[in-house]
Write a protein that binds this ligand. Structure first.
Ligand code: ADP
Length: 481
């Protein structure tokens, strides 16, 4: 196994300590042991990083190089990530607690393909010519947003960095990235390969640190043009307020409470698999987790009995074991929060069909849990648990289902299981969410947009849609007289 190195800040392609000299510990959530420590950036370091990013944006090779050359550098990041994928997968598993089978088969391939995708898009970003009235030639330029602050969460540390960096770099922005304090290690390693790939100094600066210090400094900094945030709805609201001080552009990818809907006419075995994938992938620490499992009354009991049998066979434990299907929650805080929600569910009348307790004496493992008899007004159906807890809710008919599915402040995603293709498409239109999965769940591709309705945020990541987040349009008029 690799030696986990202590981490530093990355500013202007140099690794440095925080000005305060502070460092913070990073823990392996599966063992509760310290993994290493990392320099703790705060406002002073963010300031240095923003200065470096501004210099790199306004002058120097990044600004003058062709979009195609930018694309080549991004592609080299993808190639190097691929070359080192096993080290990245192991490091992510050690730091986050997620199973190695997932870091190998989801986090790494998706991160690599995100850089590949944006490498290919870099030289395809352009404006239009517009047929205006009068004797004018009018055209638009699509220019980079400028210095971009990116604040990312701990659930997919490398993948969220890739989703943010791919489009920002492709458009020619420069970046100050803050990984989550729980999981800074793979983002820092990504910084190493970005330098090796030839990213010029100042284009990517990485400041590990805490939210209210380093994160808030990014959101308030007057010389940051745009902030992109992924995290909780609660913190998203704070970031938006802070960013309002200088009217920064903001994009937010926030929480969810997705309905995963199973009709009686679905392929039940496939839907059971989909329910499992929907809630237990990444220990349920997924903003689009299918946490409200809506079951048509006719199949409710049969479905839950099948699901229970499957859940009780899940292998929960050592995240480094390739056979493990569910690892540890990221931190003690999350572990306690999840168990607290299960208690709250019981108090409000739900029943624990299976799970509902820690899975191991050591480490932050929670048993995969099914709560039965939930109604959509209970706390467990309204608030994001961010853990391996699925709330089963029975529904009678289409109208009853639709009303309940949309009765949430969130709108990130939804799953629909039915063999009736017309019904599936009608419902896909009716559900207020940014992603709808029909007879599948948790499918991702770098080319397909992802983002929220309602309080799940705004702005779309991935695909060509993400270019909107990092560019601004300039209209140029030329008199032809
Ligand atoms: P989670 O609930 O998933 O831990 P958070 O929304 O708390 O998500 O955190 C997501 C990211 O936001 C992390 O990088 C965290 O450090 C950062 N963050 C937390 N609080 C603030 C804040 N007040 N200002 C800016 N960033 C913050």
């Amino acid at each position: 196994m690799q030696v986990v190195k202590p981490g530093k800040l990355l500013i202007n392609n140099e690794w440095c300590e925080a000005e305060s000299g502070k460092r913070f510990s990073v823990t392996n959530p599966a063992t509760e042991q310290k993994l290493t420590d990392v320099a703790e950036g705060d406002a002073a370091d963010v300031n240095r990083a923003v200065k470096a990013a501004r210099r790199a944006f306004e002058s120097g090779p990044w600004k003058t190089m062709s979009a195609r050359e930018r694309g080549r550098i991004i592609n080299r990041i993808a190639i190097l990530l691929d070359k080192h994928k096993e080290e990245f997968a192991e490091l992510e598993t050690l730091n986050n607690g997620k199973p190695i089978s997932e870091t190998r088969n989801a986090d790494l391939p998706l991160s690599i393909e995100t850089f590949e995708y944006y490498a290919g898009l870099a030289d395809k970003i352009h404006g239009d010519t517009i047929p205006v009235s009068g004797n004018f030639f009018n055209y638009t330029l699509r220019e980079p947003a400028g210095v971009v602050g990116q604040i990312i969460p701990w659930n997919f540390p490398l993948l969220m960095a890739a989703w943010k960096l791919g489009p920002a770099l492709a458009t020619g922005c420069t970046v100050v990235l803050k990984p989550a304090e729980q999981t800074p290690l793979t983002a820092l390693k990504l910084g190493e390969i970005a330098i090796e790939a030839g990213l010029p100094a100042g284009v990517l600066n990485i400041i590990p640190g805490y939210g209210p210090t380093a994160g808030a400094a990014i959101a308030t900094h007057p010389d940051v043009d745009k902030v992109a945030f992924t995290g909780s709805t609660e913190v998203g609201k704070i970031v938006m307020q802070l960013a309002g001080a200088n009217l920064k552009r903001v994009s937010l990818e926030l929480g969810g409470k997705a309905p995963n809907i199973v009709f009686a006419d679905s392929d039940i075995e496939a839907a059971v698999n989909g329910a499992m994938r929907g809630i237990f992938f990444n220990q349920g620490e997924v903003c689009c987790a299918g946490s409200r499992l809506f079951l048509e009354e006719k199949i409710h009991d049969e479905f839950l009995s099948k699901l229970k049998t499957r859940v009780e066979k899940m292998i929960v434990g050592n995240p480094l074991d390739p056979k493990t299907q569910m690892g540890a929650q990221v931190s003690e805080e999350q572990f306690k929060k999840i168990l607290g929600y299960i208690d709250q569910g019981k108090k409000e009348g739900a029943t624990v069909l299976t799970g509902g307790a820690p899975a191991q004496p050591k480490g932050y493992f929670v048993k995969p849990t099914i709560l039965e008899g939930v109604n959509n007004n209970m706390t467990v159906a309204r608030e994001e648990i961010f853990g391996p807890v699925v709330c089963a809710i029975a529904f009678k008919n289409h109208d009853d289902l639709c009303r309940q599915a949309n009765d949430t402040v969130y709108g990130l995603s939804a799953g629909i299981w039915t063999r009736d293709i017309g019904k599936a498409h009608r419902l896909a239109k009716e559900i207020k969410a940014g992603t709808i999965w029909i007879n599948c769940y948790n499918c991702f591709d770098a080319a397909s947009p992802f983002g929220g309705f309602k309080q799940s945020g705004f702005g779309r990541e991935l695909g060509k849609y993400a270019l909107e987040l990092y560019t601004q349009v300039k209209s140029v008029w030329v008199s032809l007289d």
